[in-house]
Design a binder for this molecule. Sequence first.
Ligand code: FRU
Length: 489
Amino acid sequence: MTNNENRKLDDTDRYRPYDQYSQQYLAQLTEQTESSAFRPVYHISPQSGLLNDPNGFVYYNGQWRLFYQAFPYGPIHGLKSWEAVTSPDLIHWTHCGRALSPDTNFDQRGVYSGSALVTESGLHLFYTGNSADENQKRLSCQMHALMDKNGKFIKDPGPIISGPPAGYTAHFRDPQVFRYDQGYRMIIGGQRQNGEGAILIYRSYDLRKWDFAGELDFTDSKMGYMIECPNLVWLDGRPLLICCPQGLSQNTLAYKNNYPNVMLVGDKYIDETNSLASDGLWQNFDEGFEYYAAQAINAADGRTLVVGWIGLPDVETPTRTEGWAHCLSLVCELRWQDGTVYRYPAVECQSLRGQRYDFNSQPADGLAFIKLPDDCYELEVYLPPEARGELSLAGLIVRLDIPLGQISVDRSMVAGTCDPLVDTSRTVKTKAGAKTCLNIFIDRSVFEIFINYGEKSITGRFFPAQGQGEVTWKGNCEILGAIWEISAD
Ligand code: FRU
C-alpha cells in the first residue's frame, strides 16, 4: 500500500499479505503507538496494531517466553501472526519480533492461537492454521513448529491434524498440549455439527501423530455455540479447566461481558474416559470488564501461572485512532486456598514497586491524598470491617460496602470508555464485615484490582484525561495503606 495507507482499515484489508504494507507505513504506525498517552508501561502491549490472545507461554533456556496474537498493520482483527516477547523475570519483557507468520497455504488467513511445550528435542509450538477454500469457506487445521538453533521456528511441512473429526465444524482451534502419562494430550476448542460448543481431545506419543480420543466430558450444561481457548492445568493436584464458551447461557453462569472466560475446578481427570469429574459449578475467571483467552500453564518451577488478554472479541478501545489496541494482563499465580481458586500477580511483580508513600490514617474527606507524577502505580488499601465509601482513581470509582460484602467498580465517570454498549459497572461479593485488602494496579489505561490477595479480581481498561495520577477517599472511616510508583525500568 502507498498513499492510501492512512485511511481507516476495513474488511477489504483484513487478509492482505504483510508484504503489501510499506516499511514507511509500519514506521508511522509504530511512532503513533509509541506516543500514545494510554500505552501501558508495565503491561505487554503491541508495538503497533492489534494484540489479542496470549499464546505459547513457557520457560525455556533460562527465559520466560510468551507470544501473542498480532495484527501489526492496524487496530483491527486482520491477518494474525505470533509476536514473541521474552523475559528473565515475568515483568520486564523484550519484544523479539515475529515468531510465526501466515506464510503457508494452511495458515494464509491467520496463525491462530495455541500453546508451547518443551521436550528433549527443544521448544515446540502448536497453533491453529486458519485458511479458506475456493468458496471462502473456513478451514482449520492444527500445526506444529520447532525452534531451531538460531531461535527461528520451523513449521512442519503440513498439519499435524488436518481438520475437525466427523461431527464437528471448522470452528476447531486453539490447541493446548500437555504431557500425560507416557505421552501427550491436546485439547482443542470446537463446535458440534448441531452448533453446540465442545472440547475435543487428542493423544500422541511423538507430538506428530495425533489420534482423536473423543470429546472431553466435563459438564451436563450446554456450553454455548463455540468454545475458544480451552486450558486444562493442575492446581494442587486438582484439574482446573479454563475456557471461553461463546454464547453460554446466563442460566449456567451469570456474566456481564459479551463473551465469558470461565473456570471449573475438577475433583479428578479420568484419562480412559476423557472425563473431568466435578461439582459442575462454573465461575467467572475474572469479574471485570475485559479479560479473555486466559492461557494457564503448569510451569517448570511448580507454579500454576496464567496470563490473559485485557480485551474482548468485538470490543474496541479509543486507542483505535492511535493505531493500536489492547494489552495483556500481568502474569498471575493461581493458588488453591480455602476451597477456592485465587489469582494474584506472581511474586516477581513486587519488584515493580518503586518509590513508596504510606498513608496511615487517611481521613475520609474526599480530597486527593496522593498525586503522582505518572499514572503508573500499585495501591494497597486495608479496609476495616465497617468501611463504606468510595475510592476515586482518576475518575475510576471503587465503591465499597464492607459490612454488606460488596465491592463495585464504576467507570462511567471516566472520559474515554471502551465500547459504550458494555455496561459501566461490575460488582463482586466478598465476605461481609471482614477486614478486606485491595491491591490495585494502574498502568495509564489499565486497571487490575485484586481483592484479598486474589480471592476475586476485577480487570479492565479506562481512558482518563491526562495527568490524573491522583487518588481520593470519601467514606465513613479512615483507611490506611501504601502506594508504590511503578516506572518503565
Ligand atoms: C480468541 C480467538 C481464538 C483464535 C484467535 C484468533 O480471541 O478468537 O479462538 O484462535 O482469537 O486471533
